[in-house]
Design a protein around this ligand. Structure first.
Ligand SMILES: Cc1cc2nc3c(=O)[nH]c(=O)nc-3n(C[C@H](O)[C@H](O)[C@H](O)COP(=O)(O)OP(=O)(O)OC[C@H]3O[C@@H](n4cnc5c(N)ncnc54)[C@H](O)[C@@H]3O)c2cc1C
Length: 411
């Protein structure tokens, strides 16, 4: 009997069952391209990972005939985004005028969205999802990536594939293994995430408060608020050192309506630190390997666009890879075409995020005084039609993608 690990063969092995990996797995399988998605955790239920499904993604779901099923999950709907900035209450984005069918952001726990994609993908025999299977190494032969080594609950496993896709998030093992160079852009802040209970009388729309050196973002999630408290980079130890009472008082100052609930945070163990990273790969591919989503570009939480960029990458990749797979194993040129297609939206979104980080967030989290709202915010307060601009950038992004390869699919 041989001691070598069991070996699977597929056309495309996707490491990572996040939004990018699941959407790509779905699209390839729907077009009849056999794929295996590896997800290291036993389920999709994890800490808060972001809930926002933007109009661009809803358009993709609609084009795929999945919108009805998705909306049946009853996501909350945000037609506007607003906040209190330097004491001024203002709506900053109004999605109700976007030229799309769903003129709102759908808010749903990410694990419900991923479960939904998995259910839909399983309808196609070419889709194979292996939970609790962690990709640990790339297999390289004559300079080309030809598969991955993985650890599953049943032991080690080898998956040979014509193409490996690294969709394993911002701490990507695949990109590290491939030695792809990362350009670290950096961020001046971290975010502390925690929950506070929500009453029926509370508002439903997400909102943020920027004041006196502090930023608090609140996202309604059924019977609780998902709260994000923005602090200067590396500042969590200082927050802890100031103590729980000071933390409660900061939250109550920013959101007086929640002052009666701040004691629900009983200790700092229930407060999770998101170390904000903004980076991107110089080169997203090697022969036989392509990185997409956060593995290719970690996004700042500004605008909550990470899930949607990951989905857009998956759609663009499928549009290029499905015809490529019909010809044979995807060539390096096909993989480069994916980067060419998605590099501009990535760079443009990150440039905007970095601008806001440096000119708004850094000023707020670096100061103890109440700063007056910046002039663009005052303008948005006075001229409602201007709120369509941030709505377009956040809701649709740069160069939204549509799954055009489906026209030629066997669906
Ligand atoms: C606290 C927090 C809040 C956020 N809020 C928002 C928001 O409101 N809106 C928004 O759009 N974005 C938000 N984001 C960002 C968003 O979650 C990501 O941009 C998006 O999920 C990227 O999708 P992805 O598929 O590329 O990677 P990920 O979602 O990171 O998925 C990668 C998957 O790969 C798996 N994996 C990792 N390594 C391996 C391996 N070696 N083998 C197999 N599987 C592996 C992981 O378990 C994970 O499931 C938030 C992120 C965090 C951390």
């Amino acid at each position: 009997m041989s001691d070598s690990p069991p070996e699977l063969t597929t056309r495309c092995c996707i490491a990572g069952g996040g939004p990018a990996g699941m959407m790509l797995g779905y699209l390839l399988a729907r077009a009849g391209v056999d794929d295996v998605v590896l997800e290291k955790w036993p389920d999709f239920f994890r800490d808060f990972r972001g809930d926002t499904i933007h109009p661009s993604t809803l358009e993709v779901l609609r084009a795929l005939g999945l919108l009805h099923g998705f909306l049946a999950l009853n996501p909350d709907r945000a037609e506007t985004l607003g906040g209190v900035i330097g004491g001024l209450s203002v709506t900053v984005a109004d999605f109700t005028h976007l030229p799309v069918h769903c003129r709102f952001i759908a808010l749903i726990p990410q694990w419900d969205f991923l479960d939904f994609l998995a259910r839909e993908a399983r309808r196609y025999p070419a889709f194979h999802l292996r939970m609790e299977t962690e990709a640990t190494a790339l297999i390289e032969e004559s300079g080309r990536i030809v598969g991955v080594k993985a650890n599953s609950r049943d032991g080690p496993l080898t998956i040979r594939a014509e193409l490996v896709v690294g969709a394993d998030g911002r701490h990507s093992t695949m990109r590290a293994q491939a030695g792809l160079a990362v350009k670290n852009i950096g961020a001046p802040m971290d975010v502390l995430w925690f929950r506070l209970s929500r009453n029926e009388k509370d508002p439903t729309q997400p909102f943020g408060t920027f004041d006196r050196g502090r930023i608090l973002v609140l996202i309604a999630r059924g019977d609780y608020w998902q709260c994000g408290f923005v602090i200067p980079k590396g500042g969590f130890e200082r927050v802890r050192a100031c103590g729980l009472d000071a933390f409660h008082s900061d939250i109550a100052t920013l959101a007086p309506a929640l002052a009666d609930r701040v004691h629900e945070i009983e200790n700092f163990d229930s407060v999770k630190l998101l170390s904000v990273a903004v980076d991107r790969l110089e080169c997203w591919q090697r022969d036989g390997l392509l990185c997409i989503g956060d593995a290719a570009h970690a996004m700042s939480p500004i605008g909550g666009v990470g899930i949607n960029l990951a989905i857009q990458d998956a759609v663009a990749a499928a549009n290029i890879l499905i015809p490529a797979f019909r010809r044979g194993p995807p060539r390096l040129e096909d993989l480069k075409a994916v980067q060419r297609r998605r590099e501009y939206p990535t760079r443009a979104t990150q440039a905007l995020q970095v601008f806001l980080q440096n000119h708004v967030i850094r000023n707020v989290v670096g100061s103890e005084k109440r700063a007056p709202p910046p002039w663009p915010v005052r303008l948005l307060g006075r001229i409602p039609v201007l709120r369509r601009i941030p709505a377009r950038v956040i809701g649709l992004g740069f160069r939204p993608e549509m799954p055009d390869a489906l026209k030629a699919s066997n669906h």
